[in-house]
Design a protein around this ligand. Sequence first.
Ligand code: FCB
Length: 491
Amino acid sequence: MSMPTRRQPHGAALPATAPDAAGTGSDAGTAGVEAGGGNRSDDTASRTDETPAGGLRFPPGFVWGAATSAYQIEGAAKDDGRGESVWDTFSHTPGRTRNGDTGDVAADHYHRYAEDLDLMRDLGLGSYRFSISWPRVQADGTGAPNQRGLDFYRRLVDGLHERGITPMATLFHWDLPQSLQDAGGWESRDVAHRFADYADIVFRALGDRVPVWLTINEPKTVVQNGYLEGHHAPGRQDPAAAYLVAHHLHLAHGLAVAALRATGSGRIGPALNLHPCYPADDSPEAARAARLYDGYENRLYLDPILTGRYPQDVLDDLGPDSRLARGIHDGDLATISTPVDLLAVQYYTPYYLTGDGRTTPRWPTSQAPWQQIYPDGMYDVLTRVTRDYGPVPLTVTENGLPSPDTLGPDGTVDDSGRITFLRDHLAAVHRAVADGVPLESYHVWSLLDNFEWDAGYEQRWGLVYVDYPTQRRVPKRSAHWYRQVIAANGL
Ligand code: FCB
């Protein structure tokens, strides 16, 4: 089959008859959720007002948040003993990122975090998901911790608590210390053990102040973009290595979960980007292709962690001599499936598979060509996880879209497309909760405009506009709308 990848090329459009491969049925109850009127995303699609109508009330205690990651917002690339990561190397390599953009300065959050904390408070956020930069904590990825790096995150989490916001910290959002890449990167099993040491340092330093930890952000994106397609760091195109990398990322996850259990506090889980995979037509070939694609997109990441097994169809497809198959040691799957407290789900786009195993687009895309806008995919992903893996507590840790936002002459930023997108996706989230999905919280990607990896700064994903030349922050229309959603605990 053709290897799945997140950035899909455009293909021919198909008629809009989305078959529902993931299924949507659930006989779970609706306790705690008021499904006022119009609790389907298509019912709300034509509404243009920004005032939450109050029809879709979320359960009491539902938590509203926003997300960022270290390399995308912090800047301060050389401050306070920070080492280099694979993303410093990659972004400074000519031709790798749009306009040669790098994260050297980004949104300068490292220096402006106090102002950003105030923005979060003004939005009314209940949760802030951020990531910790491994090369700030261990410049070379090993050895004694860099206290100045840890102190930054201590100031950040203290500032969150002072404002009544719960910190949710991701241990790894792709910024592997370059020294570890030089030693083999995620192809090397040893890096998983280095990650466990790093996790242990962070747990001991911040464990008393961070109640929720996420281990590895989107292992699939490292596998696909970093090792299959090569348009993310470390820029490799090596399918054999890619799935061994997947195994070592999983092992690192499991070792970190075990490390947290040893230090004794907090909840922890993985952060997986899931893509519903639908057959593009009614043929049995398309159904088979969608099933295998689902293996590569979803079950390759969900199954080892939640069931302790790799999906057999993917193992068979890769063959018995694959580097993945040969890389699995006795006991690895027990480590990888160390029980987690929650699963973080990130949803952006669906895939449609033709009988010959190719993807074909069906819905309009956002400014990101790989993102088809399909709110019902959110419902399908959330209900599918609960149906297939049991009632593991869920959080949505990323959902959002980029738009080419500009600062208007009146000083406002009109991103009404983002409001429509979020409203439609939240309606789908609400429907999933009403159907019994144990979802605790939802985080918009992203709090701030930021460095969108190889796409640089042209795509603006934030609720808050960043005027990069001055670093001025301007809450967009969507931020004002989201504040009302949070205050109303519903749409
Ligand atoms: C996710 C990443 C996040 C950001 C969004 C748009 O895959 O986790 O850093 O790039 O996509």
